[in-house]
Design a protein around this ligand. Sequence first.
Ligand code: COA
Length: 331
Amino acid sequence: MYNSKVIGVGKYLPEQVVTNFDLMKMMETSDEWIKERTGIVERRFAGEGETTSLMGAEASKEALKMAGLQPEDVDFIIFATLSPDYYFPGSGCPMQTHLGLTGIGALDIRNQCSGFVYGMATADQFIKTGMYQTILLVGAEVHSRGLNLSTEGRDVAVIFGDGAGAVVLTATEDENKGVLTSHLHADGRHVEKLWLENPGSASNPYVSKEMIDNGSVYPYMNGRYVFKHAVTKFPEVIHEALQKTGYSTDDVDMVIPHQANERITEAVQQRLGLPREKVFRNIHKYGNTTAASIPIALSECVEDGRIKQDSLVCLASFGSGFTWASSLIRW
Ligand code: COA
């Protein structure tokens, strides 16, 4: 059995910065409301031609460069997104083209804000069994084109941003390194609390003018309901990973929670009893980038030295489904 070690991280953020003040020109909202409720100051919106797969490819190039590898060295692609270029095929296929690759498998996974952690667990299992040696794991989102940027959609629209992150995982025989444990959960009873209902095959017809008129083509979120579950599930799934491996919160060098909302992160930090500097946040800069938020965070932490050789890092997520997950990694 092998362990899966992260040997490269990368990120890509579109150039276009959209501040809370920019949003105030599109809808009735305020910088104060957004900052106080979410911690977000600005986010990025993809420009013309910037697709989920293209941004994923750019983040991947950075991750491959750090790993000292070429695209041809990758054995398998896992692509996590809720905003694929197309309903089908998944974004892993067009991303291959952007990277000049053909032939290797490309698996898209749909686990929303937990997509990257689900992807980490999936990659780890493929590596553990020896089926693949080197896997490119990507999280990327273009939310901006699917949001209702008018006052009607403001409760959801102010939260989300675009971006991409990627990691390269490779097999190691060192059992103390890499992904030590992963824990994946879902509870489908909460599907309708955070979802994009239409267009979808559960509706007949699949798409209609009525759906556009009634707003069901835009994401819906019951914010308070999501908040209540998130602040419970994040600490629970982090403790699960620690218990499994025999570590305590004191042993962890950095917790990287999915950047859902500053208030959620704050509550999680308090419930874990950790100092602020051990619980990563960058939501003020990028908003909630769903599957991309954890790999973007990893990339920033590695860049500025907050994560280094031997750091014990805990990834944790919560999101639509509901889904929640954790992964404990010895860097
Ligand atoms: N700007 C200004 N006012 C807004 C607004 C916006 N962008 N969005 C909603 N409001 C208004 C509402 O219309 C409501 O007005 P009313 O009192 O006149 O009816 C008021 O603000 C309060 O709305 P409410 O939804 O009760 O606010 P809240 O305190 O629950 O905060 C969230 C809303 C979304 C910030 C909060 O519920 C939250 O953080 N939820 C978690 C969401 C999250 O992190 N999701 C990501 C999960 S992966």
